[in-house]
Structure formats: structure tokens, C-alpha cells
Ligand binder design. Structure first.
Ligand SMILES: Nc1ncnc2c1ncn2[C@@H]1O[C@H](COP(=O)(O)OP(=O)(O)OP(=O)(O)O)[C@@H](O)[C@H]1O
Length: 297
């Protein structure tokens, strides 16, 4: 599409009578500078006979927030989970198509899934800290992956270098805007934190292994308005350094925090994708307009 950043796949809404193929060709032209961090092409997901994602293609720019919105069951979470191959864990799932991370196909033989999920981390709907101390929640991943440098003494003692670990714990908690609230109780059990604090701890845990992309599946849906607002502020800050992809049911939230918005509608189709302002203020598709204005969904 030459003069607009919004793309649409809704044939019923177009005046020029474009075919699906023509519209699909336009998807690739959603304009942003630089190479995409994630490039998704012709992605289809079936759970048994259920076609959950129907030929979805979109490019996600780096260091930005991309919101995925749409009615319940339209495939948002399925799409999100394809971006770090979490759907591989679902035995009934069949995934076809291509997802490239920095140009590298993630659905090819030999991809190290542990490494992939370090690069493409995930924060879930309900905060799910480990029943361990705040410190241990963050140290767990780097220790498991052997990312903490160990000195000779530390190796002899069979433990990680504590200074480095402490610095990492502090940095991740700061980046998750939680440090000041918990700095005096790092050895307390994480389950004693409030829901909003637990969710920020989960984000800190995700950051601890050095991701490039952060996937968030309705990260604020279980939180009160104040905790939600903290998470939203945090997402804006994170986008300076990370590529954030977030599923949300809350359209105001998508409009507030995202740079791009992708709208999925029933049947697992991506119907519109473009600059958030344009999608919300001037959607190209009548079905998207009806969804956004609350006429259905
Ligand atoms: N693990 C699974 N096994 C079988 N079917 C699944 C599984 N996960 C999702 N589905 C089906 O795939 C379709 C898309 O579900 P998905 O959870 O991706 O949608 P969603 O848009 O994220 O929904 P919601 O907004 O309600 O969370 C639905 O029909 C759902 O029942």
C-alpha cells in the first residue's frame, strides 16, 4: 500500500474490489524503517480439525510495541505462541508457514528451542513466579543456562559468583521497575508479593536471560488499574530496547501503548495491520471498525 501504513485483508470492506491475493501482496508493504525483527509468512495453525490461524503474514519492527487484538478465540494467543515455538508443546497443534527472527527461520530442523526462548521470552496472563525467593526467581534462568561467570573459588564451592549474580538481580528488578519496592526483602518468598509486583517479577525473570523479543499474553488482565498502569509504563520503556508483542483484550490499552496494531477476527484471520493511530482512528475494514466501536466481539 503506497500511501498508507495500514493494510487490510477484508475484501468485504474494500471499495476497489481487490482480491485476497492483491490485498495479501499489500501486507508486505506495510512501511517501517529497517529490517523486521520478526517476519511471519503464510502461518497456519490447526489444532486437530480446528483451523486456529488462517494464512497469517505480517512483519514486526524491532524496538517497538505491537498489539494483537480481536475477539475471544480468534487466534491471538496461538499467534503469539508461534513466535517462540511454544505451540510445539501442544500435541494436537500442526503449524505450517514461516517465522523468521532476524532473517533466520525458527521453524527449521536443528533450532535450539532453549536458545530461541531465551531470545524470545514470554510473560503470561497470570503472574507465575516460582515458589522461591525474589532473588532466586531471577537467578534461576541465568544459573540454569550457565550464563553467570564463575570464578575459581566459586566453581570449587559449586556456586555462581555472588557479586555478579547480585548485580544481575538488581539490574533486572530495576528494569522491571520493582527494585525499590523489594530491595530490602530479596530473600523473601515471591509468592508474598502483590499480583502487580509478581507480574513485574515475572518480567524481571524474563529479562534475566537477555531476551531480544518479549511476548506478553494479556499481562495486565489480572491486575488492578494502578498495577496495570505501572505495567503499561514499563512496556513503553522496554520498547526502547526490546521488541514487544502483546495480546490484549483492552482496546484502550492497545491504543495507549502500541506502535502497531494487528486485528484478528473470527476464524484466525489477520484482517488489518498498521500504525495503531491509523487502525483506531481510520480503520480500512468495516469489520474492524465495527469491532473497535464495540458493535461486535
Ligand atoms: N491447546 C489447544 N488445544 C486445542 N485447541 C486450542 C488450543 N489453544 C487454542 N485452541 C483453539 O484455537 C482457537 C484460537 O484460540 P486462542 O487461544 O489462540 O485465541 P485467542 O484469540 O487468544 O482467545 P482469547 O482472547 O479468548 O484468549 C480457539 O478455537 C481455541 O479453542
Amino acid at each position: 500500500m503506497s500511501n498508507t501504513a495500514t493494510t487490510t485483508a477484508d475484501t468485504t470492506a474494500t471499495t476497489a474490489g481487490e482480491t485476497d491475493e492483491q490485498l495479501k501482496a499489500e501486507w508486505r508493504e506495510y512501511a517501517f524503517e529497517g529490517e523486521p525483527k520478526l517476519a511471519v509468512e503464510d502461518l497456519n495453525v490447526h489444532y486437530g480439525d480446528d483451523h486456529a490461524l488462517d494464512n497469517v503474514s505480517l512483519d514486526i519492527p524491532k524496538e517497538s510495541v505491537t498489539a494483537l487484538i480481536g475477539p475471544s478465540g480468534c487466534g491471538k494467543s496461538t499467534f503469539l505462541r508461534c513466535l517462540n515455538r511454544m505451540n510445539d508443546r501442544v500435541s494436537s497443534a500442526r503449524i505450517d508457514g514461516s517465522v523468521r527472527l532476524d532473517g533466520e527461520e525458527i521453524y527449521q530442523d536443528g533450532v535450539d528451542l532453549v536458545e530461541l526462548r531465551k531470545r524470545v521470552g514470554m510473560v503470561f496472563q497470570s503472574p507465575n513466579p516460582f515458589p522461591k525467593s525474589i532473588r532466586e526467581n531471577i537467578a534461576y534462568g541465568p544459573k540454569k543456562h550457565g550464563d553467570i561467570q564463575t570464578g575459581v573459588l566459586a566453581r570449587l564451592l559449586g556456586r555462581a559468583d555472588s557479586d555478579e549474580l547480585d548485580a544481575l538481580v538488581e539490574q533486572c528488578l530495576r528494569d522491571a521497575a520493582l527494585y525499590d519496592e523489594v530491595k530490602d526483602r530479596l530473600d523473601d518468598n515471591a509468592l508474598g508479593l502483590s499480583g502487580g509486583q509478581q507480574q513485574r517479577l515475572c518480567l524481571a525473570r524474563c529479562l534475566s536471560v537477555g531476551p531480544e523479543v518479549i511476548l506478553m499474553d494479556e499481562p495486565a488482565s489480572a491486575l488492578d488499574p494502578i498495577a496495570t498502569s505501572k505495567i503499561e509504563d514499563l512496556i513503553a520503556d522496554l520498547a526502547e530496547e526490546y521488541t514487544v508483542v502483546i495480546v490484549t483484550h483492552n482496546m484502550q490499552q492497545a491504543a495507549r501503548i502500541s506502535d502497531q496494531t494487528a486485528v484478528f477476527l473470527t476464524g484466525g484471520k489477520l484482517v488489518e495491520y498498521g500504525d495503531t493511530d491509523q487502525v483506531f482512528e481510520n480503520p480500512q475494514s468495516t469489520r474492524v471498525e465495527e469491532y473497535i466501536t464495540g458493535k461486535f466481539g
